[in-house]
Structure formats: C-alpha cells, structure tokens
Design a protein around this ligand. Structure first.
Ligand code: NAP
Length: 306
C-alpha cells in the first residue's frame, strides 16, 4: 500500500508554473488574471475561495474575488460574469459552486466565454472533453490525472469505477479516464449493485460527498483508490466510526476533521491511495492556477495571430 501524496505533486507543478509566470511577465509584462465569483456565504465555499486567492497571490497571478450576497439575482451574477468576459486583464473566470438555490447555475455558466472558462463548465468545453479534443480540463479531474501520471499509474486497460456523476467531477472524470483507455463505469445514487461493481474495480475515484461511504469490503485488494470527497466530522461520537485513532489528537485540537468518501480501513487493502487531506485537494487549486496560465497564454497567441 503506498500513499499518493498530492501535496508533493502540487508543489512540483507550482514550481514549473512559477517559471512560466515569470516568463510571461518578462516577455511583455503580462500577468495572468483570474476572477472568482462567489454568491452567498457557504462556509465550505469561503474556505475554498480563500485558498484559491492565497495560492494565486503566492504564484503572482492577479486574482480578484467578487462576492455577491445570498439574495443576489441571476441577472446580477450574469452582469458580473459579463464584466469579467469583457475585461482584457481577466483571462480566467470561475463561478464558485454551489450558487444560491434560487439561481439556475446553467444560466450563469452558459454566459462565461468558453475561452475564459477556467473550470470547463461551459457546454462547449465539456463537449470538447467528451470528444477528446480539449487541452484544458476541469481542475479536480485534471488533478486526479496529474497524480496518476506523477506516480506512473497508467489508467489504460484498467477497470475504473467513478462513484458520483456531477458535471464538476464525476462526468468529466469518467470521460477523461475513457480518453486514456480505461474501461469506465460511472455510478450514481440509482446504481444497482454498487458494491459488486466497486469490488471489481482496479481504480476507484470516489466523488460522492458522503463520509467513509466506500468501505474496505467494497474494495479489491491492490486497487488504486482516489478519494475526491471532502467531509467534515464535527461530532466526537462519530469519530471512532470514521477516523483512525491516530488522528484523535488532531481532532481534539482542531475540533473537527476532514475526511474523504473512502473509509480509512480500505486503504490497508489498496495498492495506492490518496489521503484526505493532502491528496486531490492541493491539486484542484493548483490546476486552477495552471488553467489560468494556459488561458492567458492562449489569449496572447490569439491576439498575436489576429
Ligand atoms: N478534493 C477536491 O478538490 C474536491 C473538488 C470538488 C469536490 N470535492 C468533493 O467531492 C465530493 C463530490 O462533489 P460533487 O460536487 O461531485 O458532489 P455532488 O454534485 O453532490 O454529486 C454527488 C454525486 O454522488 C452521487 N451519490 C450520492 N449518493 C450516492 C450513493 N448512495 N451511491 C452512489 N452515488 C451516490 C450522486 O448521484 P445522483 O447524481 O444520482 O444524485 C451524485 O452524482 C464532495 O465531498 C465535494 O466536497 C472535492
């Protein structure tokens, strides 16, 4: 059993990215620009957005956070998107999910210019992924592929099971694994015999959003386990069910713990696994920076070619 250390992979990519950002600045004083739009005050979203802004600042990316109130209207969010669409200093736009319930997210995502759509939410970009013609990919599944590649784990020929079919994670993940020649099963809440399907998997990507949902009994010995889920354990009485005793002191100190969708006992059976925290999470935010730089470079080449 070996740990797939997302922090190490993320740091390596950040170093390479730093060189590219310096090059852009040196060549024409170009600074990659990212705008993050957040509506409402969901605590998890706030934490994600803060970590994105912090890393952008560290990397020398110009980042702007537009915060809108929970009561904002779809029209106001669209106006914010349009302002970023037409700002030449903004190369990348991210609308933080989830949006307040009264807003239809498709209405908003459809308005992001595909060439500034940093998390590939726009239907054009999702379509390009399906057709295996995309050069940028949604941050989280892209981070998963970076981890597999870094550790030399080729998905080709593997029986891969993706649990969770959101347009953010599960669906693009399934398409990207298929593009890399894995045989993919995409599971969801209506899947019949999920446990049996998981037991046959050489590679499991868990993106369900339920703490310790995949247990040791559902995992084939030697499987690669990629845990995308992030769940917060606040109650002491839940601790013993979900976390190894070794983390109890951290839990007591912090008052909570973050855990994934895969039960820790399953890791002992795995060939390789990503921990939570320190697995996919650091890659998600790093790929956001990487995609911002890529979109910036593309905008320059489009301007040059025009
Ligand atoms: N590490 C990171 O950087 C990162 C990034 C993004 C998300 N996340 C985390 O990843 C998790 C998933 O995120 P998401 O945005 O994809 O969540 P989501 O939109 O809530 O989707 C959850 C998916 O899980 C499926 N599901 C729910 N219950 C199930 C069950 N009993 N059996 C099988 N499938 C079931 C749902 O099926 P239906 O479609 O049938 O409802 C849905 O497709 C969350 O914990 C989130 O916080 C982490």
């Amino acid at each position: 059993m070996s740990v797939l250390d997302g922090k190490t992979v993320a740091e390596k990519i950040q170093v390479e990215l730093g060189t590219e950002i310096e090059k852009l600045k040196g060549e024409g004083g170009i600074v990659p620009g990212l705008t993050v739009i957040m509506a409402g005050d969901d605590p998890a979203s706030r934490a994600y957005v803060n970590s994105k802004s912090k890393l952008a600042e560290k990397m020398g990316i110009r980042s702007k956070l537009v915060k809108l109130p929970e009561t904002t209207t779809a029209e106001e969010v669209i106006q914010t998107v349009e302002a970023a669409n037409s700002d030449p200093l903004v190369h990348a736009i991210l609308v933080q999910m989830p949006l307040p319930r009264h807003i239809d997210h498709w209405k908003i995502l459809d308005r992001i210019l595909p060439e500034k759509d940093v998390d590939c939410f726009h239907p054009t970009n999702q379509g390009l992924i399906l057709q295996n013609r995309s050069r940028i990919f949604p941050c989280t599944p892209c981070g998963v592929m970076k981890i597999l590649d870094h550790y030399g784990l080729d998905p080709a020929g593997l029986n891969a099971v993706v649990a969770g079919r959101s347009f953010l994670v599960g669906k693009p993940m399934a398409a990207m694994l298929s593009n890399r020649n894995a045989t993919v099963t995409l599971c969801h809440s209506r899947t019949v015999n999920l446990e049996g399907i998981l037991r046959e998997a050489d590679l499991i990507v868990a993106a369900v959003g339920k703490p310790a949902f995949i247990t040791a009994e559902m995992v084939k010995p030697g499987a690669i386990l990629i845990d995308v889920g992030i769940n917060r354990i606040d109650k002491e009485e839940d601790f013993a069910n979900f976390c190894p005793p070794s983390r109890y002191e951290v839990f007591k100190k912090k008052g909570y713990l973050l855990i994934g969708d895969i039960h820790f006992q399953a890791f002992a059976k795995a060939g390789h696994y990503t921990p939570v925290p320190g697995g996919v999470g650091p890659l998600t935010v790093t790929m956001l920076m990487s995609n911002t730089v890529e979109l910036c470079k593309r905008s320059i080449s489009v301007t040059r070619d025009a």
